[in-house]
Design a protein around this ligand. Structure first.
Ligand SMILES: C[C@H](O)[C@H](O)[C@H]1CNC2=NC(N)=NC(=O)C2=N1
Length: 101
């Protein structure tokens, strides 16, 4: 079972440094992507939905035409855990595969 405990400030800062494009907003991290087209953005969301189900960890998602925004937080812990950073890395990989930047 993954460690779901909240990360302290130093651990959060360290992990954020390895995730360019993601920024901290209170108790969550966020990143915005521009997909090549609206359908490509939706396909990215579908791919992320699959990864989220696998991880049993689910981002908040906002779609505005080609702009797709993801926000991650561990709701059960009321803050950021390693699950959020693991899913952020997974989202970055899927976004690259879908030509989103
Ligand atoms: C029972 C199940 O593990 C929980 O409800 C999961 C589902 N997905 C989740 N996603 C996120 N982001 N935070 C959670 O605390 C969470 N909890």
């Amino acid at each position: 079972m993954a460690d779901r405990s909240r990360l302290d400030e130093a651990a959060i800062a360290e992990r954020l440094k390895e995730l360019p494009g993601w920024s901290r907003q209170g108790e969550e991290i966020r990143r915005e992507f521009e997909a090549p087209s609206f359908p490509a953005g939706i396909e990215l969301v579908v791919a992320v939905a699959g990864a989220a189900e696998e991880a049993d960890h689910h981002p908040d998602i906002d779609v505005r035409w080609r702009t797709v925004r993801f926000a991650l937080s561990t709701h059960s812990e009321g803050g950021l855990t390693r699950l959020d950073f693991a899913l952020a890395r997974r989202i970055d990989g899927l976004a690259a595969e879908h030509g989103a930047r």
